[in-house]
Design a binder for this molecule. Structure first.
Ligand SMILES: [Fe+2]
Length: 186
């Protein structure tokens, strides 16, 4: 997905994209705090890349920067980060994201009996950030996880990612997106 995004966005440093893509989650398993796996992974990747001499110092800095911030909503840190994060987040979008949630959260109830949309309905990426920072997480129901996946759309930086994600978000187009633009919830 990252390469596809590179081509469409005119980004030519495919070697750095490949390195960032392969190493972006290397911090998982090295920290108990999911929110810190980018930071931890960036340090591991820096040591690995410097030891092996595959890239010059500037390239290592860019790759590690992308790894450090790939799971944040930080903007303006360069195209490599934008491409990596968008490729990563596309995995959570639409049909694929919903399917992943259904499989990985099968043990949760779909929604509260009295609120099929869940308490996180229409929350944006910034709202979910606050929940994660407060240790609340997305929520205790499958629908909260799906609402979180949809909120990731807010932070796509590249037009390519937006155009890929939009059809997949079609399931919610009539209710969720329409309402965000000021329409009426069906
Ligand atoms: Fe990650």
């Amino acid at each position: 997905m990252g390469f596809k995004n590179c081509e469409a966005e005119g980004f030519e440093d495919l070697a750095s994209v490949e390195a960032a893509a392969l190493l972006h989650d290397i911090g998982r398993g090295h920290t108990d705090n999911e929110r810190q796996h980018g930071e931890v992974g960036a340090e591991i990747a820096k040591n690995y890349l410097k030891e092996n001499g595959f890239f010059n110092d500037d390239e290592v800095t860019d790759i590690c920067n992308a790894i450090r911030y790939h799971c944040t909503n930080r903007k303006g840190e360069g195209m490599l980060l934008d491409i990596l994060r968008d490729a990563d987040k596309l995995d959570l979008s639409g049909a694929i994201g919903i399917w992943r949630v259904m499989i990985s959260k099968y043990f949760l109830s779909y929604s509260p009996d009295d609120n099929l949309r869940g308490e996180t309905w229409q929350m944006g990426a910034a709202d979910f950030d606050k929940r994660f920072d407060a240790g609340i997480g997305p929520g205790e129901y499958i629908v909260d996880e799906i609402n979180f996946c949809i909120s990731c759309y807010d932070n796509f930086a590249t037009e390519t990612a937006k155009s890929i994600a939009t059809p997949f978000c079609g399931v919610y187009e009539g209710v969720y997106r329409t309402n965000r633009k000021g329409g009426t919830v069906i």
